[in-house]
Design a protein around this ligand. Structure first.
Ligand SMILES: O=C(O)CCC(=O)C(=O)O
Length: 265
């Protein structure tokens, strides 16, 4: 069993220092509750201050390094939500994974940028996949709007992922979509889904929380409210195999037919 904690926090817009001080306290709280995998939301250090995002990118490296120290000293994995990262071609919205030895083992740049929140004007999208491992278990991580692209997620399941992590700043008015899509991703991929969303408001949006752990049969094991809180749940490594043996969708897929699809009319 792997004990997971999702830290569903509020974010002070554009204040990485305040946000990181608060988050470090919450991570220690989750460690004291014996969580060994800790998940944080999307852009939790800055929020969506995209117009001035380049002012904040310089502060991210030292925050990530502090998280590495916590992960190493307490031997926990931190799926540390996403950060604005300055790269040669511009700023990316990047999911960072730190393993229980304190090493950054994955940097996944959000592939699908969310036009409704103007991400495409300020950020660059990624092209690499979200696969990584936790103690030998193959898993994958995604950022918010990526959730709406089932082919992208399923490609990861076909390539071995057994747990799908989503970090988000998902607005409250579309929580029905959030819950339905997360459940669908769990059922259609026969994977655990772990999703961590922020709460609170920025200048344009209120965010809905509702962080959740769903098993590979689609059962919701634990679900957050619309307030700040840490939700806890457990992943049973054997459950994915059990569900995949019951309804063997990965054996029954017809990849050849999907790829040779031609519209004749
Ligand atoms: O797809 C949605 O409704 C929300 C997506 C989003 O807020 C994001 O990608 O930041």
């Amino acid at each position: 069993m792997i004990k997971i904690a999702c830290i569903q926090s509020d974010v002070v817009l554009g204040d990485s220092i305040t946000n990181s001080m608060k988050m470090k306290g919450k991570i220690i709280e989750a460690i004291n509750q014996h969580a060994t995998v800790i998940v944080l939301p999307e852009l939790w250090t800055t929020g969506y201050c995209l117009e001035e995002i380049t002012k904040h990118t310089g502060q991210q490296e030292s925050i990530i390094s502090e998280l590495q120290t916590i992960a190493r000293s307490h031997q926990v994995t931190i799926i540390s939500g996403s950060f604005p990262i300055e790269r040669e071609h511009g700023v990316t919205n990047t999911l960072i994974v730190i393993n229980n030895e304190g090493d950054v083992v994955k940097e996944y740049d959000k592939v699908h940028l969310f036009q409704l929140m103007n991400e495409h004007h300020y950020l660059q999208s990624g092209t690499d996949n979200g696969l990584f491992t936790i103690d030998g278990l193959e898993v994958a991580g995604f950022v918010c709007y990526d959730l709406r692209f089932p082919e992208w997620i399923q490609t990861h399941a076909v390539n071995g992922a057994k747990v799908l992590f989503f970090v988000a700043e998902w607005p409250i008015q579309r929580m029905e979509h959030w819950e339905t899509l997360l459940k669908a991703r769990a059922i259609e991929n026969q994977c655990y889904v772990v999703a961590c969303n922020r709460v609170g408001k920025d200048l344009a949006n209120t965010f809905g929380g509702g962080s959740v752990l769903i098993d590979p049969w689609g059962e919701v094991l634990v679900k957050g409210s619309t307030e700040e809180e840490i939700i806890y749940g457990e992943i049973d490594r054997g459950k994915v195999e059990e569900i995949r043996n019951t309804i063997p969708i990965f054996e029954d897929r017809k990849d050849g037919i999907y790829k040779s699809f031609k519209k004749n009319v």
